[in-house]
Design a protein around this ligand. Structure first.
Ligand code: HEC
Ligand code: HEC
Ligand code: HEC
Ligand code: HEC
Ligand code: HEC
Ligand code: HEC
Ligand code: HEC
Ligand code: HEC
Ligand code: HEC
Length: 410
């Protein structure tokens, strides 16, 4: 029975490396149960075996000899030792370059800077190490959907530990998943499978996981929301926020529970986000009133133009050009909502004026088409009445002719 297992194992080892004279690996004599798991392993495919991670003597058939520290056996290290086991190769630039030059070699260096790494050094055994996110014996390329680090699985992997049960007895919040699920990002990512919305690692980094410091938030959010980040950094608020040590984006939007935005967020009302620092009647209050009035004005100009366009279209007028032009006003509205992050009334006003102008022109163009239609309709009515009148006269005349002929016959 044992012999058969050994034979199968040896065959598997040989076929994996593709060589007739595969190096002896007696470890699998006793650990054959791990072979199935290791089948899809990138390391196995690259020709590595047990001892490349665990050390020991692969030619010894005796357990004590095979797994003897004297023969380099390190076993299963914990904490930072576990990360170093993987990092021994992964931070060795020369070694990695030979096998896969495209792979970055900064994982261990990054990991050391992460909250996980800092705690691992101090002996915290529950933090993530390399194998928590990649596996140990079935390590797959990160693009493989079956890898726990794959874009489609990483949220599940992080929250496999970042939950109440696993974090029992620690003071760290454990509501990340609940909040993330309710956020615009989580909804897009988890419900709509839209990978352009960030998962945990897009904001925290793959290997440097730590809460982004106040100064890093703009970069984190700005990697996707570049316009808002640029405007905010160029605004007076950037320095106001720095002075107050308030993080740039998350102070107004939250971090895990980022909700869809609306004009109501502007101000100090119930859904307003400015009240954290402003109060009724101050500069902000005045400014947001003007901003919201501008937004309302532009939105309703666009609405009116749209209504006029659809009336004109309904009666069959060609509205292709003005419909195309209206997109300019809609774009101005979108831009103005981003421009809010510059907190400049002047620049906002300029966009409102530009967009409002376009919307008004479109409404005029639509109205002109409706007028033309009315004019044509009236012209047609006159012509039709005249035709009817003419036909009536003809009929009358024919009738009279008939009558006079009848009289002649008598
Ligand atoms: C003769 C059988 C035998 C051979 C050969 C053998 N092992 Fe083991 N190994 C065992 C047994 C049994 C255990 C579990 C009990 C123990 O920890 O002593 C084990 C445990 C382990 C563990 C887990 C240790 C831990 O701390 O949980 C590792 C890792 C390991 N072996 C690696 C290897 C490697 C690598 C080789 C080859 C160099 C090897 N073994 C060869 C029998 C063997
Ligand atoms: C890429 C590095 C790597 C390779 C190659 C590797 N291991 Fe492991 N092994 C690990 C890590 C990391 C752990 C700890 C896993 C954990 O804590 O979840 C581990 C755990 C183990 C354990 C403890 C029980 C278990 O399954 O967790 C045994 C036994 C073991 N390895 C044996 C082997 C044998 C035999 C081979 C060769 C067939 C092998 N390992 C190849 C990294 C590796
Ligand atoms: C907290 C989870 C986590 C930990 C811990 C972790 N990784 Fe990763 N790793 C990831 C994610 C996520 C990716 C990227 C997936 C992607 O690109 O979509 C990744 C990518 C990689 C890659 C592919 C190349 C690259 O850098 O993008 C390698 C190699 C790698 N990790 C090795 C390691 C090593 C070695 C360690 C330990 C020093 C480690 N990882 C620790 C989550 C983790
Ligand atoms: C003996 C050196 C060595 C050790 C030890 C090692 N690796 Fe690797 N690893 C490699 C090499 C080389 C590759 C590239 C293989 C290839 O592309 O063919 C690789 C590939 C990977 C990949 C796939 C990257 C990708 O997306 O293509 C991941 C993930 C990974 N290793 C994680 C780990 C983890 C986790 C450990 C520790 C448990 C570990 N490695 C230990 C050498 C090593
Ligand atoms: C193996 C379990 C495990 C996995 C997997 C894991 N973590 Fe952690 N993480 C921890 C533990 C434990 C801590 C330390 C908690 C404490 O005591 O403050 C921690 C700390 C953190 C911190 C620092 C929090 C703070 O305020 O100090 C961040 C950020 C973090 N993890 C993000 C992530 C992300 C993102 C992922 C996935 C890519 C992930 N973690 C995967 C266990 C894990
Ligand atoms: C949109 C970016 C973003 C995403 C997505 C994200 N985080 Fe965070 N996370 C942050 C920011 C920013 C902080 C720092 C908050 C602070 O300190 O004010 C943070 C803080 C944390 C902390 C520290 C404790 C806390 O809750 O404040 C942990 C742990 C954490 N995140 C884990 C996760 C996990 C797990 C996921 C995935 C479910 C995730 N994060 C998704 C941006 C993000
Ligand atoms: C002082 C509060 C505040 C700060 C700081 C802030 N925002 Fe906003 N943000 C808002 C308000 C208010 C809205 C809603 C505007 C509207 O719809 O009228 C908004 C809207 C948004 C929108 C969606 C609307 C759009 O098209 O622009 C995104 C995306 C956004 N913010 C990202 C960011 C990012 C990234 C940062 C950091 C660089 C940031 N915000 C900083 C208040 C803020
Ligand atoms: C990996 C890219 C990415 C990162 C990083 C990112 N976001 Fe997003 N965000 C998106 C996508 C995609 C959407 C959904 C599409 C949209 O509305 O733009 C979105 C939506 C939003 C919305 C809702 C916009 C609306 O119209 O209602 C806000 C607000 C927002 N993000 C703020 C932030 C903040 C604050 C951060 C940093 C803590 C951040 N995002 C980090 C990609 C990202
Ligand atoms: C984190 C605190 C904070 C938040 C939140 C905040 N502000 Fe301010 N804001 C300030 C500070 C500090 C000043 C400097 C003047 C003062 O002390 O009132 C300021 C000044 C202003 C000014 C005057 C011009 C200037 O830049 O000095 C306007 C307008 C303004 N804020 C609008 C807003 C709006 C609109 C919001 C919400 C969308 C908002 N603020 C949210 C801190 C904040």
């Amino acid at each position: 029975m044992l012999r058969l297992a050994t034979l199968t194992a040896l065959l598997l080892t040989a076929s994996a490396s593709g060589a007739e004279d595969a190096p002896i690996n007696a470890c699998v004599d006793c650990h054959g149960d791990l072979l199935e798991e290791a089948e899809a392993d990138v390391h196995r495919a690259a020709g590595f075996s047990c001892v490349d991670c665990h050390g020991g003597d692969p030619t010894a058939e005796d357990q004590e000899e095979a797994m003897s520290p004297a023969r380099g056996y390190v076993g299963v290290p914990s904490g930072m030792g576990a990360a170093e086991m993987c990092g021994r190769c992964h931070s060795d630039i020369e070694r990695m370059r030979v096998i896969n030059p495209r792979l970055p070699t900064d994982q261990l260096a990054q990991y050391r800077t992460s909250e996980h790494g800092k705690r691992a050094v101090k002996g915290d055994e529950k933090v993530a190490t390399c194998s928590s996110c990649h596996g140990a014996h079935g390590v797959r390329p990160v693009g493989d959907p079956a890898s726990p680090a794959a874009p489609t699985r990483i949220v599940e992997t992080c929250t496999g530990c970042h939950n109440q049960e696993y974090m029992e007895g620690r003071s760290i919040p454990t509501d990340q998943l609940q909040k993330y699920e309710q956020s615009v990002h989580g909804h897009r990512r988890l419900q709509e499978q839209d990978l352009s919305a960030p998962a945990c690692n897009d904001c925290h980094g793959n290997h440097g996981a730590a809460p982004p410091g106040v100064s890093a938030v703009t970069h984190v959010c700005g990697s996707c929301h570049a316009t808002q980040a640029e405007l905010f950094e160029g605004s007076t608020h950037a320095s106001h926020f720095r002075d107050l040590e308030a993080p740039p984006c998350t102070t107004c939007h939250n971090h895990h529970e980022i909700l869809a935005t609306s004009d109501e967020m502007l101000g100090i009302g119930e859904r307003g986000v400015c009240s954290a620092c402003h109060s009724p009647g101050d500069q902000c209050d005045e400014a947001t009133k003007a901003m919201r009035a501008g937004l309302t004005r532009l939105s309703s100009s666009i609405e009116q133009a749209r209504a006029a366009l659809s009336s004109a279209a309904r009666v069959g007028m060609d509205v292709e050009q003005p419909t195309f032009d209206l997109a300019g006003a809609e774009d101005a509205l979108v831009r103005s909502r981003a421009e809010i992050h510059g907190f400049s009334e002047e620049r906002l006003e300029a966009i409102f004026t530009e967009g409002g102008g376009i919307a008004d022109d479109v409404e005029k163009a639509a109205q002109a088409r409706l007028d033309e239609y009315e004019y044509r309709r009236k012209g047609l009515a006159v012509a039709a009445t005249m035709l009817l009148l003419f036909a009536g006269l003809l009929a009358l005349r024919a009738h009279r002719l008939e009558k006079s002929r009848d009289r002649e016959d008598v």
